[in-house]
Design a protein around this ligand. Structure first.
Ligand SMILES: Cc1cc2nc3c(=O)[nH]c(=O)nc-3n(C[C@H](O)[C@H](O)[C@H](O)COP(=O)(O)OP(=O)(O)OC[C@H]3O[C@@H](n4cnc5c(N)ncnc54)[C@H](O)[C@@H]3O)c2cc1C
Length: 377
């Protein structure tokens, strides 16, 4: 569905899945057979088996130690942060009011009709103000009620391009973890390697890759590409999966299902899920809100089949308030190199022209990027 609605963002990506021995060939073959059946007529193409010699031609540096064959299957790639911004812009085009850099500090009911009053702070100016509403939805992700969530950190490293073909590689570790090696960057000149699954016990505001995670991911790169020594990350990034707390088992196997529920005070909470389920989650949540405060709208499906507009945005058109927003959200250029003042200034000046920044603000924006470590431990 996302490929149909937003083909400019959601692009098919071919994966090679190396298989070792007859057991893995039967297990992955059965899994991929089922995967093709589930995709039905929407499948990009059914999976096929690539033998050792074809694989050697496609990926000459990929280890052939114990390798029996590989499966070639399709999934999709999505510029995830950018896609969130596109959803916000699309919602605004349909009449929604959205504001970034606004922090909801606290909320309570008031008045005869028990409306909500939410105290907010504009994080850019420090100004405080209030929003009133009939219904409140808590979609705070990793910042939601910690009792309901299990925060699982996923980290990636970005390295110089390592594989020869345009295919991504899906590698299964012996414990069942899957790690992807994906051609990446604005010219596919890089490789993205990830992710990890680590329970995160600290604040959701402090998330970065640990040295163990970096070494784990580099270890997989060396295992798959033993001839490519001395690979060092260009950049790294880490984020939190706000998973619904269900069990204390392995973080890898923790459910990615979503949960939507009204708490006793009447707040609608929405948690868990994936990009692949976000439309379903939004539909379920908005139906519940409508049922309560506007039943006549419950059956309305204005955007369920409406493709995203294909608009070319310039720097500053996507609510960017800091240079960091442009480099790490609207685009992922920030992860593509190590930055210095000279390389940052053209971007800072372009955003300054849109936002009316003076030289002191340009310097502050540039310094903020240089000081923040995007290479990690
Ligand atoms: C490493 C990793 C890999 C993933 N891979 C995939 C994948 O391959 N496929 C897939 O489908 N999904 C994937 N996901 C899952 C997907 O990214 C998450 O499900 C999704 O980001 C969760 O979105 P969310 O909006 O619920 O929460 P979040 O993304 O955490 O967003 C919550 C938002 O609420 C804001 N907020 C919090 N508190 C306040 C407050 N008080 N006031 C105002 N704003 C507030 C935050 O600033 C944040 O912007 C992955 C996730 C991770 C971490």
């Amino acid at each position: 569905m996302l490929m149909k609605l937003a083909p400019q963002f959601v692009k098919p990506l071919a994966f090679l899945l190396p298989m070792y021995g007859i057991k893995s060939r039967v297990a992955y073959g059965t899994g991929l057979w089922l995967y093709d059946r589930l995709a039905g007529s929407d499948a990009i193409a059914p999976h096929r088996i690539v033998d050792r010699s074809e694989l050697a031609e496609m990926e000459p540096d990929l280890t052939r130690n114990r390798l029996s064959a590989a499966a070639l299957f399709y999934d999709c790639a999505i510029p995830s942060a950018r896609f969130v911004v596109e959803n916000v812009l699309d919602a605004m085009a349909h009449g929604a009011l959205a504001a970034n850099y606004v922090h909801a500090e606290g909320w309570e009911r008031f008045g005869a009709d028990a409306r909500w009053r939410v105290r907010c702070t504009d994080a850019l100016s420090g100004e405080q103000f209030e929003i009133q509403s009939r219904k409140l939805v808590d979609a705070r992700g990793a910042w939601s009620n910690p009792d309901a969530l299990r925060l699982v950190r996923g980290s990636h490293i970005v390295i110089p391009r390592i594989n020869a073909s345009d295919h991504a590689i899906a590698h299964f570790e012996p414990d069942g973890r899957i790690v992807f090696v994906i051609p990446w960057g604005s010219r596919n000149q890089l490789t993205l390697v990830g992710t990890t699954d680590e329970d995160h016990h600290g604040s959701p505001d402090q998330v970065s890759i640990s040295s163990e995670e970096t070494n784990y991911l580099l270890g997989i790169v060396h295992k798959l590409f033993p001839r490519r020594s001395n690979v060092t990350p260009v950049s790294t990034f880490s984020s939190l999966r706000p998973l619904v707390r269900a069990s204390s088992g392995s973080a890898t196997r923790a459910s990615r299902d979503h949960r939507i529920w009204n708490s006793a005070d009447g707040i609608l909470h929405i948690a868990g899920g994936k990009y692949t389920t976000y439309r379903l989650m939004s539909e379920e949540a908005s139906d519940l809100v409508c049922k309560e405060i506007a039943p006549e709208l419950e059956a309305v499906r204005l955007t369920a089949q409406t493709p995203f507009a294909s608009v070319e945005h310039e720097i500053g058109d996507e609510m960017e308030q800091h240079l960091e927003d442009y480099l790490f959200v609207s685009t992922y250029l920030g992860y593509e190199q190590r930055w210095d003042r000279e390389s940052l200034l053209p971007f800072a000046r372009a955003l300054a022209a849109k936002r009316g920044w003076d030289q002191a603000r340009v310097d502050a924006e540039v310094n903020a990027i240089i000081e923040a470590s995007h290479v990690g431990a």
